[in-house]
Design a protein around this ligand. Structure first.
Ligand code: BES
Ligand code: ZN
Length: 590
């Protein structure tokens, strides 16, 4: 059935891309990818074919040796451009010769200086949500899936990695020719490619880690428990269907914490903190192998189906691995984050709803913790009403029924009320899915670990700071909850004391540092400027950049410092992050 996707110019009634064979050259000098893509279509219809592109240069389009006429529409700020291929006339195979623009929004081209090793350049892609179309012409909607194979040439000694099985590498004329095959069908947003000085270490029978040699040891230690995570997720969701699960540690400019590219999860190096306290992000990206990659949201308006389910799974995994009190603590951190995002958008605004119309909205601009945490809270409430046993059966049936398919929120609700009809007696489904804000009947995270934090926050209200010796044994997420709940404005002396109490001068945990910097900037603790700049100059993860730049522009003393700081460091950010931060600054009038 054709799905209408407000973020794509494609029309699935014309046929669907089923398989793509890529032949690609990566040119670090011009920051372009050049090559050909051979497409095989399913159900090709007579007439034209529309594909999504953004600034891709089209050189030639042929079908069975016959040259096809094409044209590109004017550019839409959010969706890019429609590529019209005239008169495909039911051909089920066609070839497009193309080249990306140096400004391709999906691609980060990093100078050697912005890598761990400092000797070789690096290239990385980020296709979710609307960026695959800046690399190659495609039906850039999560409702179309294709398999792919690729030959990728990169200058030696660099190698390439993709969201696929790497079949081999051959050296030829100063280049490494890497061959890939992806036999499981994926939507375009899960296409991924990276190239750099990348080494590999096996972690378990199905798992391994790719990273620059300089960080490989640390990365292998931090993520040593990956295979155990795969086993635990299989117990919850059923068999892992993607054969291998590798991790790629990117340079610090990677704009997200993690990205669930199949067979090759992309991770920010900021997860390497030396205490394994960030493995929940691996659990999250791994869980997407079922919820997201196997069962996929049909459009970005249904994004909560990907993320809400995945956070639910992540929390269940944490419960198994670390126990219920820790899982609850983790939930509390995220809930605070979601409520903060709701306040930023406005408690009644569209992005506080699980499903809302995103016509004329860029998914990158409405990205927030709402689909994650409100989605998970909704699923946890359903679980509570029907009991875990029945809910676990429901989960398995959900995955089994929709695997390798895409579904809308409405498909999901229909399935839910058919499988678990009693939920409608207990939960106002319509309010939860389509209503704004956070419903009152959401379960409240409870944990002794949280009680301790709330007691210390109470002390602080009475003028007593936490005892350094006592908080030394706190889990990092306890510190996060403490900092998130401080008044935004505190005395400057308290900033200095808290810095010492929580050992912030030497902490590698940027989640904690960002929380603290936000309070410190708000409080006029001007000494913090240098550590803030150190963070935004070394890390391009938006989870940190957004609150830091936002706080800088919203605070009188630092307002004029934000723009020059951004200009100094934006060269090291991914284009997606540059776009998002630029909008924050422009909207604030600087
Ligand atoms: N798929 C997302 C990342 C994403 C979302 C990229 C939307 C582009 C558009 C990924 O699975 C994710 O959720 N990452 C989180 C980590 C998570 C533990 C909350 C992140 O990057 O912070
Ligand atoms: Zn996710």
């Amino acid at each position: 059935m054709p799905i209408s996707d407000p973020h794509s110019f494609s029309d699935t009634a014309q046929g669907r891309i089923q398989h793509i064979r890529f032949d690609l050259d990566l040119d670090f000098g011009t920051k372009t990818v050049r090559g050909t893509a051979d497409y095989r279509l399913e159900g090709a219809a007579p007439g034209s074919l529309y594909l999504d592109v953004r600034d891709v240069e089209i050189r030639r389009i042929t079908a069975h040796g016959r040259e096809l006429a094409w044209r590109i529409d004017e550019k839409d700020a959010i969706r890019g451009q429609r590529l019209h291929i005239d008169n495909v006339d039911g051909a089920s195979e066609l070839t497009i010769e193309f080249a990306t623009a140096p400004t391709a929004t999906a691609l980060g081209w990093l100078d050697a200086a912005h890598t761990a090793g400092g000797k070789h350049p690096f290239m990385l892609s980020q296709c979710q949500s609307l960026h695959a179309r800046s690399i190659f012409p495609c039906q850039d909607t999560p409702s179309v899936r294709f398999t792919y194979e690729a030959v990728v040439r990169v200058p030696a000694p660099l190698t390439a990695a993709m969201s696929a099985d790497r079949l081999g590498i051959e050296e030829k004329d100063g280049h490494n020719v890497c061959r890939f095959s992806m036999p499981q069908a994926i939507p375009s947003y899960l296409f991924a490619i990276a190239a750099g000085n990348i080494a590999f270490r096996k972690l378990g029978p199905r798992s391994g880690v790719f990273a620059e040699p300089e960080v490989l040891d640390e990365a292998a230690w931090e993520f040593a428990e990956t295979e155990k995570l795969i086993d635990a997720t299989e117990k919850l969701f059923g068999p892992y269907l993607w054969e291998t699960f590798n991790i790629l540690i990117l340079p610090p400019s990677f704009p997200y914490g993690g990205m669930e590219n199949p067979r090759l999860v992309f991770l920010t190096p900021t997860l390497i903190v030396g205490d394994r306290s960030m493995v929940s992000v691996v659990a999250h990206e791994l869980a997407h192998s079922w919820t997201g990659n196997l069962v996929t949201n049909a459009t970005w308006e249904d994004f909560w189906l990907n993320e809400g389910w995945t956070v639910y799974a992540e929390r269940r995994l944490l419960e198994v691995l670390e126990g219920e009190p820790y899982a609850q603590l983790h939930g509390a951190v995220r809930r605070e984050g979601m409520l903060e995002d709701m306040r930023i958008f406005g408690m009644d605004s569209a992005p506080t709803r699980l499903k809302f119309s995103q016509k004329d909205m860029d998914p990158d601009d409405v990205f927030s913790m709402v689909p994650y945490e409100k989605g998970c809270s909704f699923l946890s409430l359903v679980e509570e009403k029907v009991g875990r046993e029945r809910f676990d059966v429901f989960i398995r049936r959900y995955i089994e029924t929709f695997k390798f398919r895409s579904l809308t929120t409405e498909d999901f609700l229909q399935f839910l009320t058919k499988e678990l009809p009693e939920v409608e007696n207990h939960i106002d489904l319509h309010t939860w899915i389509y209503g704004p804000g956070f419903p009152d009947d959401a379960l409240v995270p409870r944990s002794p670990l949280l009680d301790d934090v709330y007691a210390r926050l109470n002390d602080y209200r009475l003028g007593v700071l936490p005892d350094k010796a006592k908080v030394e044994s706190w889990r990092p997420q306890q510190v996060e909850v403490f900092l998130k709940n401080l008044p935004r404005h505190i005395p400057v002396e308290d900033c200095a004391r808290l810095e010492d109490i929580f050992g912030l001068a030497t902490s590698r945990n940027r989640n904690i540092l960002t929380e603290f910097y936000v309070v410190a900037i708000n409080s006029g603790y001007e000494k913090i400027l240098q550590p803030v700049e150190a963070l935004v100059s070394t890390v391009g993860r938006m989870l940190y950049l957004k609150p830091l730049y936002r706080t800088l522009v919203e605070t009188a003393w630092s307002r004029q410092l934000a723009r020059p700081m951004f200009e100094r460091h934006k060269r090291s950010y991914h284009p997606i992050a540059v776009g998002v931060i630029e909008k924050i600054l422009v909207n604030a009038g600087v």
